[in-house]
Design a binder for this molecule. Structure first.
Ligand SMILES: Cc1cc2nc3c(=O)[nH]c(=O)nc-3n(C[C@H](O)[C@H](O)[C@H](O)COP(=O)(O)OP(=O)(O)OC[C@H]3O[C@@H](n4cnc5c(N)ncnc54)[C@H](O)[C@@H]3O)c2cc1C
Length: 403
């Protein structure tokens, strides 16, 4: 059936801000914190009633490495600050004592001990909310960004919906940290989607005879280009999901719940006391939509120096690679006051698997938030000024400067 209805809308502008951050995952948290610390009026909107995105509501609680696996820390600034915050009241697993407690650099290359950790999602969400409030960020929970109002090549307001109905927030600059590049898509900026699709995941927490713990059900995928006869992934179901359509995400969530139940029933054969204590409350999709920015970073560009680098990331899957992240991967000149952060920046499909993880989202978040506090036109930003500001806040920009 093809039917349309006509709506006539007059939407009230209920707030204004210097920097509007859409999405409260690690990308958005880092962006909001960076922009607020520069004295800007920042609103962070989040459709859930908890901060952290996949890293809390999605129960993906392994803060992957800040180091290159060869003894060098490569991600600094807010990426490190949030790492330390996540375990400031205790860790769950993988504690990197060789990085945090030991001054012997030779221990930093220890097998299976990279600068990573597993944290508690509830503690992190509460602690990071407190941190943002202390820094003056206004957090709007239960708020969906549903569209934009544009004037020429700029966003003048973001349309939101929450319990108070439909409203608009007038903005100077916008950080798209929705993970799905929703704002760029609404604004008509060039975007691209993940061709391979997402496999089903059903990570959940449980409590039983062995105590409390995370169940990793549905491991990570391997990019098609890197698959061989011996490294195939065991799928929960033989189906993939784009992650950008309402009905499909609902179906995926139901299938994920069914997989959780199967897993619980299997575990109960050995431990009848086991119960799931939390299941994900947002869909566990890894890669959906990204911006096509001024530059697109490729996974072959490891160890390459970029003059407009805004920080560095490593490859969580293997030891060695270090990538400088160019500022030009964060925006498109087609919408001048919009910048992206987190898992929707401009990378090739093979680089996406590296850039989507928590420390990388924090690196791009800090850069995007700092830039958004400095300008409402990313095409004419003084990149050296941005880099100086990032360095003042602890970020190391180039591999040649690593110790
Ligand atoms: C199964 C799985 C396992 C993973 N394992 C790991 C791991 O072990 N370690 C690791 O580091 N990374 C892992 N990742 C990846 C990582 O967790 C995420 O990519 C990362 O946390 C993304 O952060 P983000 O801020 O870019 O996006 P998200 O965490 O997706 O946050 C985006 C936020 O924006 C909100 N939002 C979205 N659209 C709107 C809108 N229109 N209006 C308002 N709010 C909106 C969402 O509710 C969400 O809170 C995994 C991912 C998955 C799915």
């Amino acid at each position: 059936m093809s039917m349309t209805i006509k709506e006539t809308l007059e939407t009230k502008v209920t707030s204004t801000c210097d920097v509007l951050v859409c999405g409260g995952g690690f990308g958005g948290i880092s962006a909001a914190l960076a922009a607020a610390r520069m004295g800007k009026k920042v609103i962070l909107l989040e459709k859930q009633y908890i901060l952290g995105g996949l890293g809390t509501a999605g129960l993906v609680t392994i803060y992957l490495p800040l180091c290159d696996g060869c003894g060098r820390q490569v991600s600094f600034g807010i990426a490190e600050e949030l790492f330390r915050l996540s375990i400031s009241m205790g860790y769950e697993d993988r504690y990197p004592d060789n990085w945090l407690d030991d001054n012997d650099p030779s221990r930093r290359t220890e097998k299976d001990k990279r600068f990573e950790v597993r944290y508690n999602p509830n503690l992190f969400a509460i602690l990071v909310e407190k941190l943002l409030l202390e820094n003056g960020v206004e957090i709007l929970y239960g708020t969906y960004a549903v569209g934009v109002s544009k004037a020429a090549d700029r966003i003048e307001a973001v349309i939101i919906e929450n319990k108070s109905g439909r409203q608009a927030i007038a903005v100077e600059s916008v950080v798209d940290a929705t993970g799905d590049c929703d704002i760029a898509w609404f604004a008509g900026a060039p975007t691209d989607t993940f061709k391979q699709g997402n496999i089903l995941a059903a990570w959940y927490y449980s409590f039983g005879e062995k105590g409390y713990g995370l169940n990793i059900v549905g491991c990570c995928d391997i990019p098609d280009s890197q698959k061989t006869a011996t490294n195939q992934v065991e799928l929960l179901i033989p189906k993939r999901f784009a992650g950008l359509e309402g009905k499909e995400l609902s179906e995926m969530t139901q299938l994920s719940h069914a997989s959780t139940l199967n897993h619980v029933l299997r575990k109960r054969e050995n431990d009848p006391t086991l119960v799931p204590t939390s299941v994900a409350t947002i869909p566990q999709v890894r890669m959906t939509r990204k911006i096509v920015g001024e530059y697109t970073l490729h996974d072959t560009e490891m160890h390459k120096e970029f003059p407009d680098s805004v920080g560095m990331v490593s490859d969580w899957r293997k030891r060695g690679p270090v990538y400088e992240v160019p500022f030009s991967t964060l925006y498109s000149r087609q919408v001048k006051n919009l910048i992206t952060a987190g898992r929707c920046t401009s990378v090739t499909d093979s680089m996406w698997d590296i850039m989507r993880v928590i420390p990388c989202c924090a690196v791009t978040g800090q850069a995007a938030g700092t830039a958004a506090a400095m300008t409402d036109d990313f095409t004419s930003l003084n990149v050296e000024g941005l880099q100086a500001e990032l360095e003042r806040n602890g970020v190391v920009l180039h591999e040649k400067d690593l110790k």
